[in-house]
Design a protein around this ligand. Structure first.
Ligand code: THU
Length: 132
């Protein structure tokens, strides 16, 4: 499964985003080291702050299946905008714990452009379980 396949999958599932308030659709595709993929979309709520981003939906679904950080290769975050959208602070915090430091985080837009950054570079000086 190449990045282009992850991109195609994101384009298919973004229609499932539940976004009655923002109408801003996001899809995330998680690639496992065994080649399998898992997906997530953003799920909003009338109590706006309870909305869940696509990245966290994908990661929490994976963990619910018993998948752990060492099983995860990378994540692709797709929006149907023609510009890049970067993961929010809450998702960076969650990704820093639930994915390996060297895992790739790819941002993809509707033009098919992709930009990849390492998980560890998204949250410099972040709080972690080592701080507890
Ligand atoms: N959102 C995501 O799902 N992922 C991101 O990386 C950025 C923001 C969602 C949250 C909310 O449902 C909508 O986009 C607008 O903020």
């Amino acid at each position: 499964m190449m990045k282009k396949d992850m991109f195609n999958q994101a384009q298919e599932i973004i229609k499932n985003a539940y976004v009655p308030y923002s109408n801003f659709r996001v899809a995330a595709v998680l690639k496992l080291k065994n080649g399998e993929t898992l997906t997530g979309i953003n799920v909003e709520n009338a109590s706006y702050g309870l909305s869940n981003c696509a990245e966290r939906t994908a990661l929490f679904s994976a963990y619910a299946k018993g998948i752990r950080k060492e099983d995860i290769d990378s994540i692709l975050v797709y929006t149907d905008k023609d510009y890049f959208v970067s993961p929010c602070g809450a998702c960076r915090q969650v990704m820093s714990e639930l994915m390996e430091a060297d895992a790739d985080v790819t941002m993809a837009n509707s033009k098919g452009e992709m930009k990849t950054i390492k998980n560890k570079d998204l949250l410099p000086l972040g709080f972690s379980k080592e701080d507890l």
